[in-house]
Design a binder for this molecule. Sequence first.
Ligand code: DGL
Length: 294
Amino acid sequence: MPEQSSSTNASIGSLSADSRAPVGIFDSGLGGLSVLRAVRAQLPDEALLYVADSLYAPYGERDDDFIADRTLAIGEWLVKQGAKALVVACNTATAQSIALVREKLSIPLVGVEPGIKPAALQSKTRVAGVLATQVTLRSARFQALLERYAADCRFLCQPGHGLVQAVERCDVGSAGLRALLRGYLQPMLDAGADTLVLGCTHYPFFDATIRDIVGDRLALIDTSVAIARQLERVLEQHGVRAAPQTADAALPRFYSTGDGTHLRQLVATLLEIDAQVERVLIPSRRTAPSSQPA
Ligand code: DGL
């Protein structure tokens, strides 16, 4: 679900941003590609810049200050590259730092949150599972989402330890991964769940594997299409939506703080684009040279 608070601290109508400027999309790693795919389908005329902070993924095992530090640094970097809007395509970063980033950046922002509202609306058994990172699940924002939308639906919240790492190494269906997923999903089935919220943008890559394990017993809630629509609304509100192109829109540009090999591989499989991935150094307070991994 797109994060619901006001979309920007910049005043509507006063922006000078060029509608031809790109939209920045960022995730701790490869998961945000599931959002980028939906954005391309919804807004084919928009130029896109994608940053994977793979050197520091998974965020779900970092402390709150680290996540806020990286989210802000990457947001600022994307603004410097000329981004007219930012999609924080990471539930964990949204949960931890969207308020701070919104305060500091001058461009419109769209964040993502687990789809509690659609799950509560559609569950017939009134039991639903949520798979998300530990950081997302323990955040005040997530607790507030549950309070606001869960109504009489019981949510079984399961941290997806190990799942982000699997996507980061392009494993979406190995025997080990299936066993891990089965361990998370079976208790939900046993408790009568009929709906599963994919509360991390990495998890839609497990779609086929989850289907194999649970068949049609769980309806999967992935909010990437809703996020793309929210981005469309935000760009329109700010008068910065790209004009329709006569020629094919430029391909997205991909950046990684890691070596980019897996990003390139997943872009090829998922988007059928043979893209170059540029390795970038995006320094931040918590990753200053003395605290960089060797
Ligand atoms: N894609 C991120 C999310 O939606 C993964 C976070 C992580 O790196 O742990 O939460």
